[in-house]
Ligand binder design. Sequence first.
Ligand code: ADP
Ligand code: MG
Length: 338
Amino acid sequence: MAKIHELSENLTNQIAAGEVIERPASVVKELVENSIDAGASRIRVDFVDAGLKEIVVQDNGSGIARDQIDLAFTRHATSKINNEHDLFNVSTLGFRGEALASISAVAHVEIVTSSGDEIGTRAEFSGGVKKSQEDSAAQKGSKITVRDLFFNTPARLKYLRSPRTETMKIVDIINRLALGYPQIAITLSNKGKILLRTPGNGKLDQTVANVYGRHIAEKMVAISQKDADFEISGLISKPELTRSTRNFISILLNGRYIHNFKLNTAIMEGYGSKLAVKHYPIAVINIKVDPLLVDVNVHPTKQEVRLSKEKELSRLITSAISDSLIARTEEISGFENL
Ligand code: ADP
Ligand code: MG
């Protein structure tokens, strides 16, 4: 056996990048989540060649001060949590301090940022190494450009799907984030060609219209219900409007898009026998919960979370859905009786 030795920082960064940055859509997700955490009200995303050649994310958020840039690109450096208590009380999308370090380990990254109260900064990182930093005039906010993703980890490239599939994954994550944040104006474009633009006026039905089309938004009904622990709101499709996959169901827990099979099932149960077999609704379900009831630190991408009181939440979701569908049936039959 060879002697045991510690891996270099560069190598550990590349290994960790494998967990967080699987594909171009992971870069888009991490950067946009950072923009959301930075309090942006406007976020623009553009990509070229399914995100492999270039991904640009620009926001009007808090920006990063000049003397904080190096830390922003250091693994496990974050402005979002301080202590153990915070770790179990996370109110931001990020907190692990891994994204920028990971992305810059496997791509060329340029950042132009300004916190508004000093001249802005432009810096470049590549393959985990800082290449430059200089003053640069910039408006408050950040613009991050990621070029040639996986240029130094060719094995990663082999695992990617077709450009079309990778593009769809980018569109999918932006759609979900847009649905979770109707108060943020989000624009997505492919080499300048607009794919999505949301108004950012806080109206979920308008955002649904932008994401899925107006004809679909018109066939959605509102849900709203709360108990001592959870508050549920959102829009669900009427039973006659369905899709053949579950992909049109978005569950957002405190603004975080999550995968959760049990909550998905709870949604289906809310429809009872109103849905035909293998037909799935379109739904945006926003759940607000005390962060203490959620452990988001179970998976690097944080899309899987551990939930206390999952059964209670499932029941509440089911009843929120069945109640609003019943209310709607009563409304319709009420009209018939007129
Ligand atoms: P995390 O989001 O888990 O803290 P990241 O690596 O994604 O880790 O980002 C590191 C830090 O850089 C963040 O904590 C934040 O302070 C800063 N940062 C990253 N992106 C932005 C942005 N778009 N605007 C303002 N600050 C940012
Ligand atoms: Mg982050």
